[in-house]
Design a protein around this ligand. Structure first.
Ligand SMILES: Cc1cc2nc3c(=O)[nH]c(=O)nc-3n(C[C@H](O)[C@H](O)[C@H](O)COP(=O)(O)O)c2cc1C
Length: 313
């Protein structure tokens, strides 16, 4: 059986993590990945507290294996989410988009493993100082919200590995076993895969969005809205409006008004490919079909194993 510092930390079989993703990763996807031997993550960023609680309960009914919850720390109802996670005895939390100092200690007091997502060595060190058990180093290629540094995975992974002594999980631009192998050679102990799992049967994303991901080619995504929070998305009519507004030098407040509320839900959950926001990574250019999540885990892992006589850490 394969083992390294991440499989031991999470008590999983395969060092492959399905990323927490708004409007995509509910209990169905998370439990399917955990049942396949990886680590599934419920993305709480698009869930009201009661919905998160329901997802945790259903995930536990669907798998006996470990699973995690992702909490974007800027979420308005964060205190309620933290309470639910503690009460429901969720074993692992992946925090992102905020200061890891705020909640890491309290979660750890309850025996919860904490991992924080970072986009630079500087923030990786801060996560380590805050007591995190591991970090996710997320490169510029990644789908969704992203760092301002714009460091690509190929540079970020070794840089973060040099900076910290806790295990590093690589994210951004990884959808195949070959890419996983490259990330592990660069020093990562595991990979976090997002975009490829959007194109899975179990993702709660709208079928129109899944099909758009499969159809995407190189150059179809862009990192935009840097005045607010940078986000990588598929270019569409909504993006053109953003681009036009930015070329007219609108203020951050005006940009926030254009974004409005519910754009991400409209695009990724309701399937409005023109007016909605469609968060996805560059690696969509390599994703060619919608598959069961377990098949995705199997394929990536089989390709990885065929390439490596894995180093044990
Ligand atoms: C549709 C979508 C939604 C995402 N939502 C979140 C989120 O809620 N919280 C978070 O920390 N990261 C989020 N991300 C980033 C992923 O967790 C992950 O780090 C990223 O997708 C990895 O890069 P990849 O897309 O190239 O696989 C999202 C990504 C996508 C594609």
């Amino acid at each position: 059986m394969y083992q390294n510092n991440i499989t031991r930390l999470f008590n999983i079989e395969i060092p492959l993590i399905q990323a927490g993703m708004i409007w995509a990763s509910g209990w169905r996807l998370a439990s399917a990945v955990s049942n396949a031997g990886g680590l599934g993550i419920i993305g709480s960023g698009s869930m009201y507290p009661a919905i998160l609680e329901e997802n945790i309960i259903k995930c536990r009914q669907a798998t006996t294996k470990p699973f995690a919850v992702n909490i974007p720390l800027l979420y308005p109802d964060i205190e309620k989410h933290i309470r639910i996670i503690i009460d429901q005895k969720v074993p692992i939390v992946f925090s992102s988009a905020g200061n890891p100092k705020t909640y890491t200690a309290v979660l750890k007091q309850h025996g919860i493993k904490v991992v924080h997502v970072v986009s630079s060595s500087k923030f990786a060190l801060k996560a380590q100082e805050a007591g995190c058990d591991a970090v996710v180093a997320e490169g510029f290629e990644a789908g969704g919200h992203n760092g301002r540094e714009e460091t690509t995975s190929f540079v970020l992974i070794p840089a973060v590995c040099n900076a910290v002594s806790i295990p590093v999980i690589a994210a951004g631009g990884i959808a195949t076993g070959r890419q996983m192998f490259a990330a592990m050679i660069l020093g990562a102990s595991a990979v976090q895969v997002g975009s490829r799992f959007v194109a899975s049967d179990e993702a709660s994303s709208h079928i129109n969005f899944k099909k758009a991901v499969v159809d995407a080619t190189e150059g179809d995504t862009v990192l935009t809205m840097k005045q607010l929070t940078p986000v990588r998305l598929l270019k569409n009519k909504f993006y053109q409006q953003v681009q036009e507004a930015e070329s007219n030098c609108i203020s951050a407040n005006e940009l926030a008004a254009l974004l409005g509320r519910g754009r991400a839900k409209k695009g990724m959950f309701e399937g409005d490919l023109e007016e909605g926001e469609l968060e996805i990574g560059q690696v969509s250019a390599l994703i060619r079909k919608i598959q069961p999540a377990a098949e995705i885990v199997k394929e990536i892992w089989a390709e990885y194993l065929s390439l490596s006589q894995y180093p044990h850490k």
